[in-house]
Design a protein around this ligand. Structure first.
Ligand code: COA
Length: 329
């Protein structure tokens, strides 16, 4: 079962240089994933449900998409566990003047069906039919790997971003930024909870502001690390999305984004961490070439620790990319 959506890219989908925002692409990916997984989870008679986004695996932005191009987003269910659905999504950009098509993104998303009657009830997923037996085995391996990775990243949830007065340029405090958003009906699913794509778009917006404040040039999203959506965000809640730079390499910037939700009126409900992720940005010249970035100056012990952790992630991903690029002996 496959699903495809196409949409022309408009000026409000892009930055001033005409590049479509990473967040816009993430939102389209999530829309396609939510449709195919909700359709699949309701394909057998039984309790009706909406599939909620639980996780997005690391995704790279492989080539830029521009205003006037058409985004073709295709989604396919590639694995089902008892309570979750894995969806693979590919994004192609089409230049409708020349017909040229480029692969922009490949993403893997995990959805969990939640009952329409009781949003806290996770339903069982109808098993998908595999065309080859190996597909099920490979899917199970990916499922087990992400489960393990989720347990290891739980520690990040307690951290908060504090404002600092009169920060020096190139420090973490100088570029750290926050965005506060009231969750309205157009942000929400049939349950009245925020769509994962809406949250990712806002996260990308904050990360982009941090990157631009740091290097003061046009910037683009290069990749997003795996994102786990720990908790639902209800209509009427206020979300605070905070971003801070954690690491710079010669030409890239890593930004950590934290999403916290709270009920503004009911003070008995505590503020909670709904999601967190690392975005990597690249600085671009007016001609669209990647530029060296000012080096981040970590000041506190925590900032220095986060810088070293960011460097570890950077070196690991670089080694992986080079491993893919070079032919295996
Ligand atoms: N990534 C992938 N799968 C996940 C997951 C994650 N981050 N968290 C839970 N799951 C899967 C589990 O593996 C399980 O499937 P399995 O039984 O086949 O292994 C299934 O979800 C249910 O797990 P369970 O432990 O019963 O539920 P939970 O209490 O962990 O709740 C969610 C899971 C997804 C319902 C909950 O974390 C949630 O509500 N998240 C927010 C969803 C949302 O609102 N998304 C949009 C955010 S803006």
């Amino acid at each position: 079962m496959a699903f495809q959506l196409s949409r022309i890219m408009r000026p409000d989908d892009a930055n001033v240089a005409g590049n479509v925002h990473g967040g816009t692409i993430l939102k389209m990916i999530e829309e396609a994933g939510a449709i195919i997984s909700t359709r699949h989870c309701n394909s057998q008679n039984g309790e009706r449900c909406v599939a909620a986004l639980a996780r997005v695996e690391r995704t790279d932005f492989l080539s830029p998409m521009c205003i006037g191009e058409v985004a073709h987003v295709s989604a396919e269910i590639t694995y089902t566990s008892k309570h979750s659905v894995e969806v693979q999504v590919n994004v192609l950009s089409e230049n409708i003047l020349t017909g040229a098509k480029k692969l922009t993104n490949k993403a893997t998303l995990w959805y969990v069906p939640l009952s329409l009657k009781n949003v806290d009830k996770v339903l069982e997923v109808p098993p998908v039919v595999y065309s080859r037996q190996e597909q099920e085995e490979e899917g199970r391996k990916r499922y087990e790997a992400q489960k393990l990775e989720r347990m290891e990243t739980k520690w990040r949830n307690g951290d908060i971003v504090q404002p600092v007065l009169n920060p020096e340029p190139n420090t973490v405090s100088y570029s750290q930024s926050s965005l506060i958003h009231l969750v309205g009906p157009s942000d929400c699913t049939l349950h009245g909870f925020v769509h994962g794509g809406v949250t990712m778009k806002l996260m990308d917006e904050v990360a982009g502001i941090v990157a631009a404040r740091h290097c003061k040039t046009n910037i683009v999203t290069a990749s997003v690390d795996a994102i786990n959506f720990h908790d639902k965000i209800r209509k009427g809640f206020v979300i605070t999305i905070s971003g801070r730079m954690t690491f710079t390499s010669n030409k890239s910037m890593e930004i950590e984004v934290l999403v916290d939700a709270d009920h503004v009126v009911d003070s008995s409900q505590k503020r909670y961490r709904a999601a967190s992720a690392f975005f990597t940005y690249v600085s671009l010249s007016p001609e669209g070439r990647s530029l060296p970035v000012p080096q981040l100056v970590p000041e506190t012990e925590d900032e220095k620790k986060r810088f070293e952790e960011g460097k570890g992630r950077y070196l690991q991903m670089k080694a992986k990319r080079q491993g893919h690029a070079e032919p295996q002996p």
